[in-house]
Design a protein around this ligand. Structure first.
Ligand SMILES: Cc1cc2nc3c(=O)[nH]c(=O)nc-3n(C[C@H](O)[C@H](O)[C@H](O)COP(=O)(O)OP(=O)(O)OC[C@H]3O[C@@H](n4cnc5c(N)ncnc54)[C@H](O)[C@@H]3O)c2cc1C
Length: 708
């Protein structure tokens, strides 16, 4: 459906409603505009009631947004614009042009809530007329729709909700994943590769969620599976190269014949079957202003905010549990509604000429902080409601950033500094957590619970954030990050306990606030997606619902499909491997080695060991039971990307012979790499020799396997 046709549809339904011979209202929702330089922002659709257009120009006025509308009859029409004055000083002002003539009224300087602002009357001809939103400031003016009404008609009430749109298309799939962050993409790809006709319903034009170039968070945690290594972002926080990851994800998804990606589709509800399960997810196609229905027997909620579960009536929890509930030492004594906060990680750079920037209205909100960049700890909303107050949280961060940068620009050293990137999409860490048959909690992490249904692993710290108000600044936080080494996530925390055909993947999976603290990094969460996708394939194979994968004994098969070692279910392809870790008894390190958790993961066991070039050798007795020819394998953690640039020197002593060799071991971090074939006898010893190595020297796990 074309944009004009969609508007005409709105017009006709309105005409019917007012039961007059002459249609009395023309509704122009934000998604009916060609956005120009405005962003079409749907992240707060469920609280604003509709998407909105946002003039996010970082202080530079953005190009007009325009829509062409059909005016049913010539005459006088009153113009209503849904706008909001988002901050003191009315920084988000804009004008509206109707039929190329500006209205006298300036919008965005009235009420602090979303309101239909009266733009006065205009004389219009019948037929197609252009309306345009003309940004005046570049500072986040916003518009959630425009209505033309016959004079005397009542003021519009509420949002131009997509809920009033008729369903224009119905799609049938085997599996529908809502939310295209790392977890959702992993779930959808795994299911599609397992043969399920799969859809991703994603509200953004790109995939990746927080990892995308729109938000630019670095993908950390254990990737474990090749699919996640394919998908993960490879650049650090705020790096513009995150867009490379977006392109890779696009390509991988486009190459998968069983997968359909519905970009710019914001889900806004579900349809339920009589038995309470989900029959369909309903979404607004933002590019066509059309409502679309996605039917399937199985669904996955990977929205981060648990929207699908929420609409379906799934049990969920938001906020912090009391210490007593799950016996969590890191939980507060009393339950409360705090969550981890949300961030906009921003950057500036030097231009080759002086560039003005002034936001005096924002400066008080910087609370004395002067800055030209902001990292993860520019975080707000810990004590707010991450769903209901999300727009306010985002705006509060805008004010802090614009204010701090405006103050920094007063310093002549920063004259050429230009605000380069500040997301308008709120980077969220936590909101609703949907409850499954198991709720992952602190003790599962600290006690390394060896779940029989483990389907994912992590080794990130329990990374909890707290406000830092003691410094007198309310938008900066601190964190505590105790490490406990490798932990496991059970399958039972990936499906809803009361909506029978709903999986969840990503940060809305079943965990306590503290329990989420460790698995909440994106590679680890993508593992939950992968497991859900594989489980969906098993549900089809056995004609069963998600719970039965556990209760009917299919978990071993699920683990085998994912691959690798699981508690009580070691990898059969490595049945004849014998391992030695840096923590194994008998392994010794000379002076100068350090040992530590690598929270970014993929080390063998809980720790890795690293040396400088002056360190003495490390000695690993090799687990050789009888003389023969063996392959020697090694692994080092992903985090030590720097090993790629170095060569590690080794020496093997066996049966009185000494053999030296070297390897660029870091080329495939986090994966076992074969170092070569050797004739070994019981008592063989491997030495890692920092003095002869170049680059970073890491010693972690080694293995031998017999050559057959
Ligand atoms: C500032 C910051 C720093 C962080 N640091 C790190 C770090 O260093 N490393 C790390 O790995 N993790 C980090 N995290 C945590 C990590 O980014 C999140 O836990 C992670 O993004 C969760 O992944 P997800 O797939 O569950 O959700 P998301 O990445 O949020 O993806 C969810 C997707 O669903 C879409 N969506 C939401 N609602 C709808 C709907 N109704 N219809 C359609 N689509 C919808 C969203 O647009 C989004 O694309 C950080 C987070 C923040 C905010």
């Amino acid at each position: 459906m074309s944009r004009t046709a969609a508007i005409a549809l709105a017009l006709m339904s309105c005409a019917a409603a007012c039961a007059l011979a002459r249609p009395c209202r023309v509704e122009v929702p934000p998604q009916a505009f060609d956005a120009g330089g405005w962003a079409l922002d749907s992240q707060f659709m469920d609280t604003i009631g509709s998407p909105c257009l946002l003039a996010h120009g970082l202080g530079v006025r953005v190009m007009d947004a325009k829509a062409r509308i059909d005016v049913p009859s010539a005459g006088r029409w009153r113009v209503w614009v849904r706008a909001k004055n988002w901050a003191d000083g009315a920084p988000g002002r804009f004008r509206v042009l109707v039929d190329r003539r500006p209205l006298a009224k300036v919008f965005g300087e009235g009420s602090r809530d979303w309101t239909w602002e009266d733009g006065g009357e205009v004389e219009l001809p019948a037929g197609t007329v252009e309306v345009a939103l003309c940004d005046m400031t570049g500072f986040d003016g916003r518009c959630a729709g425009l209505v033309l009404a016959v004079p005397g008609e009542p003021e519009p009430k509420g949002a131009l909700s997509p809920k009033s749109l008729p369903i224009s298309d119905t799609h049938d799939f085997d599996f529908v994943v809502t939310g295209g962050g790392m977890s959702g993409v992993a779930a959808a790809l795994a299911a599609a590769r397992a043969g399920l006709k799969t859809a991703i319903v994603q509200d953004r034009p790109v995939l990746g969620g927080n990892a995308s170039a729109e938000i630019r968070v670095w993908c950390a945690g254990e990737a474990r599976h090749p699919l996640i290594r394919e998908l993960r972002g490879k650049f650090m926080n705020r790096d513009a190269m995150a867009s490379y990851g977006d392109r890779v994800r696009d390509r991988i998804c486009a190459d998968e014949p069983n997968l359909s990606v519905f970009r710019s589709h914001r889900a806004f509800g579900v349809e339920k079957a009589e038995n309470g399960s989900i029959a369909a997810v309903v979404a607004l196609d933002l590019s066509r202003n059309a409502a679309v229905r996605f039917r399937a027997p199985l669904f996955c909620d990977a929205t981060g905010d648990g929207w699908v579960g929420y609409w379906a009536g799934a049990d969920f929890r938001m906020g912090r549990e009391a210490k007593s509930e799950y016996d969590e030492s890191m939980a507060p004594d009393k339950a409360d509604s705090d969550t981890l906060g949300a961030s906009l990680m921003w950057t500036s750079r030097d231009a080759n000429t002086a560039v003005p920037f002034s936001a005096p209205w924002a400066e008080p909100h910087a609370q004395g902080v002067t800055a030209v960049n902001g990292e993860w700890n520019w975080e707000y909303g810990i004590h707010q409601d991450m769903i209901k107050e999300a727009e306010t949280i985002r705006d509060r961060l805008f004010l802090a950033i614009y204010g701090a940068f405006s103050l920094a620009k007063k310093n002549p050293d920063n004259a050429c500094r230009v605000l380069e990137f500040c997301p308008y999409l709120l980077g969220k860490r936590e909101s609703r957590r949907l409850l499954g048959d198991w709720v992952l909690s602190e003790k599962d992490i600290t006690g390394k619970n060896l779940f029989p249904d483990a389907i994912a692993t992590g080794s990130w710290s329990v990374d909890l954030h707290y406000d830092d108000y003691t410094n007198g600044v309310d938008f900066l936080t601190t964190c505590r990050q105790p490490h406990y080494g490798r932990f496991w996530i059970p399958y039972r925390s990936l499906y809803s306990r009361n909506v029978q055909n709903l999986f969840m993947a990503g940060r809305c999976f079943s965990a306590t606030h503290v329990g989420l603290g460790a698995p909440r990094v994106m590679n680890t969460l993508a593992q939950t997606g992968l497991a859900v996708g594989e489980a969906a394939a098993l549900c089809r194979k056995y004609s069963c619902l998600p719970r039965a994968i556990f209760s009917a004994g299919h978990v071993r098969e699920l683990q085998r499909r994912i691959g690798g070692d699981w508690p009580g279910n070691p990898d059969p392809s490595k049945a004849d491997w014998r391992y030695v870790d840096d923590e194994t008894a008998g392994v010794s390190f000379g002076s100068g080695w350090r040992h530590g958790f690598c929270c970014c993961g993929e080390q063998f066991g809980d720790k890795a060991s690293f040396a400088s070039h002056t360190s003495a050798p490390a000695v690993y007795p090799l687990p050789v039971e009888k003389a023969g020819r063996y392959r020697l394998h090694a692994i080092v953690p992903y985090f030590w990307e720097a090993t790629r640039y170095g060569t590690t020197a080794y020496e093997i002593s066996s049966g009185g012979e000494v053999k030296e060799f070297s390897s660029r071991i870091g080329i495939r971090m986090g994966e076992w790499k074969e170092l070569g074939e050797f004739d070994l006898e019981p008592g063989a010893v491997l030495r890692v020799i920092p003095g002869k190595s170049t680059g970073r020297v890491i010693a972690d796990g080694f293995a031998v396997s017999p050559v057959r």
